[in-house]
Unconditional design. Structure first.
Length: 342
């Protein structure tokens, strides 16, 4: 029942947003971005410039604004059923990814590395500033700690309770830089790609770190650097780590050992097309490239289908990571807003 209600609220809110666009909201860069007040009907005042990195969770829409002309940014909690602003808090900048939700608490980070942990009611529990340039973050599923990646200085693990740094994942390389992907989590392992294979060769690797001891579990070379961001390039799908490298290959690894299980060489067209690479179910993965959809089995690497792609999708994701399609449209007339659903 909760799933049905949540899907209804999402569809209702998307419908309202779409209609609001048609009712006269126009982008005017000379005007100050609107500020939504607590208790206000946010749908009546929606301006697409203002809602960024939206995430739907438990009947609420969490998003930040970019109020550049005012010099103040906010993180909002918007009610989907009530249509009202539930709360807002001032933050030190816009974000590059949605809030993370972990056991009734929220993580928010600005593009400049201002990190907040908040209650679901909008109370700031702690705040930290990353000392290095920020490039993304993920929550550790077993303890709720936050791993924050920097651009060239590895990754930092922040304690969930105190906000203090408890581990700096940085490894020596030939260039002196350490620029790794956001981590994957498998059983008792933390797994990074684009880690230095060693300090002298200049080669890169996929690396497994023990969740508790922080000791190296395994280290395997990769063909070339991985282009990875969220659902692109470097994924854990069921019992496989699947990555796309710059040389145009897909490789699947056994996460327990790091051993390569299967490889697939992409065609020149596929390799040059900036594919979007994401999991659709626990046992399959999709490649989107130049209007095509290629479905592979993540366990065997077998190609299952190849179709034209001319639709847009919004997915609902359950706690086990299974994605269920909520909305399918040939053209979804909403621009300037990206919504992820939990």
């Amino acid at each position: 029942m909760l799933k049905s209600l949540r899907s209804f609220f999402l569809i209702f809110s998307v419908f309202c947003l779409s209609n609001s666009c048609k009712q006269g909201f126009k982008h005017d860069p000379t005007k100050i971005y609107p500020v939504l007040e607590k208790g206000q009907y946010w749908i009546d005042h929606f301006d697409q410039r203002a809602l960024q990195n939206a995430k739907v969770h438990d009947g609420m829409l969490y998003c930040n604004t970019i109020n550049r002309h005012r010099g103040q940014d906010f993180l909002y909690c918007l009610g989907l059923s009530s249509g009202k602003v539930i709360w807002r808090i001032p933050v030190d900048g816009p974000a590059s990814q949605p809030v993370e939700v972990y056991k009734k608490q929220l993580y928010y980070s600005t593009t400049m590395g201002d990190i907040y942990k908040l209650s679901m009611g909008g109370e700031i529990l702690w705040q930290q500033k990353l000392s290095s340039s920020y490039s993304g973050h993920r929550v550790m599923p077993k303890n709720g700690n936050l791993i924050v990646n920097s651009v060239v200085n590895g990754a930092f693990e922040f304690d969930s309770s105190s906000g203090e740094i408890v581990q700096h994942y940085r490894y020596d390389s030939k260039s002196g830089l350490c620029s790794m992907t956001l981590p994957l989590f498998y059983q008792d392992q933390i797994i990074f790609a684009n880690a230095p294979l060693d300090a002298g060769s200049g080669r890169e690797a996929i690396m497994s770190i023990d969740y508790t001891s922080k000791e190296l579990r395994w280290l395997k070379p990769i063909p070339s650097r991985v282009i990875a961001h969220d659902d692109m390039g470097f994924l854990l799908i069921k019992d496989r780590i699947v990555l796309v490298d710059r040389k145009g290959g897909i490789t699947a690894y056994d996460p327990s050992t790091g051993e390569s299980v299967w490889e697939k060489k992409l065609s020149k067209e596929e390799a040059e097309s900036q594919m979007l690479f994401r999991s659709k179910t626990l046992g399959e993965t999709f490649l989107y490239h130049k209007g095509k959809e290629v479905q592979l089995n993540s366990i065997t690497g077998e190609e299952l289908s190849r179709n034209d792609l001319n639709r847009m999708f919004i997915y609902e994701v359950d706690q086990e990571g299974v994605e269920r399609q909520v909305i399918v449209e040939d053209k979804l007339e909403i621009s300037g807003i990206s919504v992820s659903v939990e």
